[in-house]
Ligand binder design. Structure first.
Ligand SMILES: NC(=O)C1=CN([C@@H]2O[C@H](COP(=O)(O)OP(=O)(O)OC[C@H]3O[C@@H](n4cnc5c(N)ncnc54)[C@H](O)[C@@H]3O)[C@@H](O)[C@H]2O)C=CC1
Ligand SMILES: O=C(O)[C@@H]1CCC=N1
Length: 264
């Protein structure tokens, strides 16, 4: 019997259900994905053996949880198409779409709004969840179990979800841009790309791990790496002159605003 129905078989859907399968939380026979693109359906069957269909309604019949993994821009159309169904729980990963819209769109279901991120693909995701008014503690635990399969989970009040989207939802792209720029800097300084990119990636990974494992404040770590009159302070001065700190802050705030727009 299908236990997890998924609307939209794209990148995030695959990231989440592939880990659920790998961790044996569901069997392939218990997951059904609806996806309009035939080549994508075939790919998902070949890779994972899950059930696929082009018919969204087929997915909803019998599902215990319905995971919405389509783009937020088509949420209204999906709610019109499926709003009369009665699955116990709708879990949405859509940027911006508020619980009020989920609850109005799916009036017979409890709703949980989630914001995961792209590192979910390798089990290193960060997800925030906010429960709707009809969600039972058991359903919140069910959602946490789903998301724990792809990384860390934190429960937040819904009013924080757009800011979460701007930070951890969009953040992997901001960090990827920073890694690419560090690698470019290495190339500009004379390194071959094949050495510069792994150096940049491991530097970001190691710095994050150091901060996480030691609880060291970011400012203390910066000070530790900074000798008087040395190389690091010379580079930091350039970053400050270019307004990099402000650029990151504005990126998160702009992404948060866009999440608010998508939900309005
Ligand atoms: N990409 C990311 O890093 C993150 C994305 N999200 C959210 O996840 C959701 C999905 O994003 P992605 O996986 O990146 O997009 P995607 O484009 O990879 O996946 C969306 C899928 O929905 C399918 N689709 C289109 N129309 C459909 C319909 N009428 N019925 C059923 N399926 C349909 C598309 O063919 C596609 O495979 C979005 O709402 C996004 O806001 C959330 C966190 C991170
Ligand atoms: O760019 C987007 O809209 C999605 C939501 C969070 C990350 N990617």
């Amino acid at each position: 019997m299908v236990q997890l129905g998924i609307i939209g078989g794209g990148m995030m859907a695959e990231a989440i259900f592939s880990r659920l399968l790998a961790e044996k939380i569901y069997l392939p026979s218990q997951i059904q994905v609806s996806e309009p693109r035939a080549d994508r359906r075939q790919e998902l069957v070949e890779r994972y053996g899950v059930q696929v269909t082009a018919d969204n309604r087929e997915v909803t019949s019998g599902s215990e949880i319905l995971l919405l993994a389509i783009k937020p821009q088509i949420f209204d159309a999906i709610a019109r198409e499926l709003g009369d169904i009665s699955v116990p729980l709708v879990v949405s990963i859509l940027a911006g779409i508020p619980l009020s819209k989920l609850e109005t769109g799916f009036p017979s279901s409890a709703a949980i709004r989630v914001m995961p991120n792209a590192p979910a693909t390798v089990g290193a995701g960060m997800s925030a969840i906010a429960a709707g008014s009809q969600a039972t503690p058991g359903q919140v635990e069910q959602a946490k179990t789903l998301l724990a399969a792809v990384g860390e989970v934190v429960e937040v009040p819904e009013k924080m979800m757009d800011a979460v989207t701007g930070l951890s939802g969009s953040g992997p792209a901001f960090v990827a841009l920073a890694i690419e720029a560090l690698s470019d800097g290495g190339v500009a300084a004379g390194l071959p790309r094949t050495i510069a990119t792994p150096l940049a990636i491991q530097t970001v990974l190691g710095t994050a791990q150091l901060l996480q494992e030691t609880g060291l404040h970011t400012g203390q770590l910066k000070d530790r790496a900074t000798s008087p009159g040395g190389t690091t302070i010379t580079g930091l001065r350039e970053l400050e002159q270019a307004g990099v700190r402000s650029a990151f802050m504005e990126a998160v705030v702009a992404a948060c605003r866009r999440s608010q727009e998508l939900g309005s």
